[in-house]
Design a protein around this ligand. Structure first.
Ligand SMILES: N[C@@H](CCOP(=O)(O)O)C(=O)O
Length: 489
């Protein structure tokens, strides 16, 4: 089978899509990319006539060519057949003059479900016949963790450890993870922030000693974060789906360009949009919408990526990130696949916390990518204004995308709504000037003004016992992974 994926840091490290999914991250620290992704041009006319599941097949088949037709169609059916509460999977709503793409109708009420209902299927199909097993290590700032736990729960031959920053996720996000059931799952709070968790997880994938111990047990260590190409590619689909909506509702003619505003921390979601663009989606501009951790806004404005700054805890915790992993993939493509430049930038980042790209490259990126950020005060004001004017309740992450879309000059524009407001009930109520005693009560209170009911999974939290209580240091992460390779698999 053709090895179409290479590392962002070395063209000669080649993998099939199944191998890339199983490895998660390249052994040289780079991320897997398909250099010729733009050789695939998706027919928009077909997209506008097909269902979500059919479009998923059309888009993913060329990206995952070593999956048989039957394998891929079964994976897609298992992922989207019955787990989403909306028949459209990712419905679109017009709110004033912005189209809001709702990505939170999956089992855990965040956009991560779109990929994490499918990745476990792809991973299982990629495992070699026999008794090869996989141990998933996931760092989360709040949403990925729960979606990964739910997706991989009790999947045969796969175990999962999730690491989240202690007391730096919302109360509901915490409960979602701490109550997780399943015989193959473990959840740890770590003393540190998301960047500490993600950096340690990445280093564990490259840890020779751990890798050897895993190999001895026929276990492969891999990732459910968007550094894994199998996590990223399912997210391309909803960009095409929103385009389908706009065409089929007469907002645009086939071929007209559209802009997107994407709330992002790890740069995975907006990168999936860029992949859609490379595969033929007509896009005018992508707006990278950030919170007070605006390292991406600064980078896109100046060309200097500098994580040497205070880490701010915000009401949009899923975006509380200063090391934005997937930017590496954008640099790879935008620099004309210059693996030397990418390697140099990433080496500078790990040594000094900073890198700078050439002006020509910055200008090329700025031609397609805009940026802006909102602090918590502005985010709350947006939640209040949108509710007052449109009776729509947005979660803090989606509110940031919405306001950045509002401030942009391009129309039509789609703002990605990445989480249900119920996941951040107390902060949302606070923005609406309502008091609440705790997050579970706040959810009930929010229900009185939200058009959607409390999602099933969130409603159940009240009666579920806390099963995962351990708080560990970053240094202990390797030990718990080793321990769980035996215990969970
Ligand atoms: N925002 C994420 C952080 C991890 O990012 P991912 O793109 O690797 O999933 C979260 O909510 O955990």
């Amino acid at each position: 089978m053709e090895k179409i994926y290479v590392s962002t840091r070395d063209q000669n490290r080649k993998m099939t899509s199944k191998q890339a999914i199983l490895e998660g991250i390249s052994k040289d620290g780079g991320l897997y990319v398909w250099p010729d992704i733009d050789s695939v041009q998706i027919d928009l006319h077909t997209i506008c006539e097909q269902s979500y599941k059919e479009n998923t097949y059309t888009i993913l088949q060329p990206l995952l060519p070593d999956f048989s037709e039957e394998e891929l169609k079964t994976c897609i059916e298992n992922a989207y057949g019955h787990s989403f509460s909306s028949p459209d999977i990712t419905p679109v709503k017009k709110v004033d003059d912005v189209y809001v793409l709702e990505l939170f109708h999956g089992p855990t009420s965040a956009f991560k479900d779109v990929a994490l209902t499918l990745l476990p299927q792809l991973m299982s199909a990629s495992l070699k016949a026999g008794d090869q097993k996989a141990m998933i290590l996931t760092a989360t700032s709040g949403d990925t963790g729960k979606a990964a736990l739910e997706g991989f729960k009790d999947v045969d031959r796969i175990g999962i450890c999730v690491f989240y920053p202690h007391q730096k996720v919302s109360q509901i996000q915490y409960r979602q993870m701490a109550t997780q059931q399943g015989k193959n799952v473990k959840v740890y709070a770590i003393e540190g922030n998301f960047d500490d968790a993600q950096s340690k997880v990445k280093s564990l994938f490259l840890d020779e000693d751990l890798r050897k111990k895993a190999e001895a047990q026929n276990v492969i260590l891999t990732s459910a974060n968007s550094i894994n190409i199998g996590r990223l590619v399912p997210q391309i689909v909803y960009y095409f789906e929103s385009y389908k909506y706009l065409v089929n509702h007469g907002a645009i003619q086939l071929g007209d360009p559209v802009s997107f505003s994407v709330p992002t921390g790890n740069f995975g979601d907006v990168l999936a949009g860029y992949y859609a663009y490379m595969m033929g989606l007509p896009v005018k501009k992508f707006y990278v919408a950030s919170n007070a951790n605006h390292v991406l806004t600064d980078f896109l404005t100046t060309g200097v990526y500098d994580r040497n700054r205070a880490f701010v805890q915000t009401i949009s915790p899923s975006m509380d990130i200063l090391i934005s992993s997937n930017l590496e993939r954008l640099l790879y493509y935008m620099s004309g696949k210059d693996t030397k430049l990418v390697s140099q930038c990433m080496s500078d980042l790990s040594k000094t916390g900073r890198y700078q790209i050439p002006d020509t490259l910055l200008q090329k990126i700025q031609f397609l990518f805009g940026c802006a950020y909102l602090d918590d005060k502005k985010t709350k004001e947006t939640i209040a204004t949108v509710y007052q004017e449109s009776k729509v309740v947005l979660d803090p992450h989606s509110a940031i995308a919405y306001q950045v879309a509002k401030d942009a000059k391009e129309r039509p524009i789609v703002a990605l709504a990445t989480a249900s407001p119920y996941k951040f009930s107390q902060d949302v109520l606070d923005a609406l000037h309502q008091n609440s005693t705790n997050e579970l009560e706040a959810m009930k209170q929010l229900q009185t003004i939200c058009s959607d009911p409390i999602p099933k999974g969130l409603k159940a939290l009240e009666s579920q016992e806390i099963r995962h209580k351990e708080v560990i240091s970053v240094e202990q992460m390797k030990d718990v992974v080793e321990k769980n390779m035996e215990a969970l698999l």
